[in-house]
Write a protein that binds this ligand. Sequence first.
Ligand code: UDP
Length: 234
Amino acid sequence: MEPKYKRVLLKISGEALAGNKKTGLDDEMLISVAKEVKGLLEIGVQVAVVVGGGNFWRGRTSKSMDRATADYMGMLATVINSLALQDAFEAQGIPTRVQTAIEMREIAEPYIRRRAMSHLAKNIVVIFAAGTGNPFFSTDTTAALRAAEIEADIILLAKKVDAVYDCDPETNSNAKRFDTLTHKDLLDKGLGVMDSTAASLCMDNHIPIHVFGLSEKNNVIKAVYGEKIGTIIK
Ligand code: UDP
């Protein structure tokens, strides 16, 4: 069986990387993500990654701080996660480059679209760190933007929850689970799976999104074979 996609953008929320701890990094989770990414490369899929920072810091959660400053702190949190992922990937023998939207040349390449495309074509994994480089945006928007820029076939949205629901399934046992949705549904129903900026960008650029839980093994591979896990938005 052939994978459905040639080039994917894997978006991993920061929280998913914390495993059961909710904050910080879980070594087993890092190793498990690395193994799944290795599996993708082995079947010929090119992989770009955007990682969130919510396991360390989210700009919008600060009540007292200047929002732009708090957001820059959030972007730095994504760099910590990106370096942790690069380390885990390289331990599995996966060639990996981190590119940051805020320059920090001592630890990573700056984001250069054409260079990222060239890495991907050589089956090198590229991790896009520091979000879009702008406050007031999210890493979901980063995923939508970078997916459009690198012409990814789909965004694989790996989360702590296993699908899109109409409300939080952790606090509401009657939460309704969706198998498929349109981008417009996300906006009209105000579903919290991604913010409206990210959803609009995906809708306008016809980028499908597959939402699934990261904690179940092989979900990333299942998603590229088009298996019916989680929720598909197209
Ligand atoms: N962030 C930002 N601009 C961006 C991307 C991220 O300001 O382009 C900041 C923002 O404060 C955000 C934090 O980085 O809360 C971490 O990203 P996000 O909340 O998307 O992480 P996730 O929820 O996916 O872990």
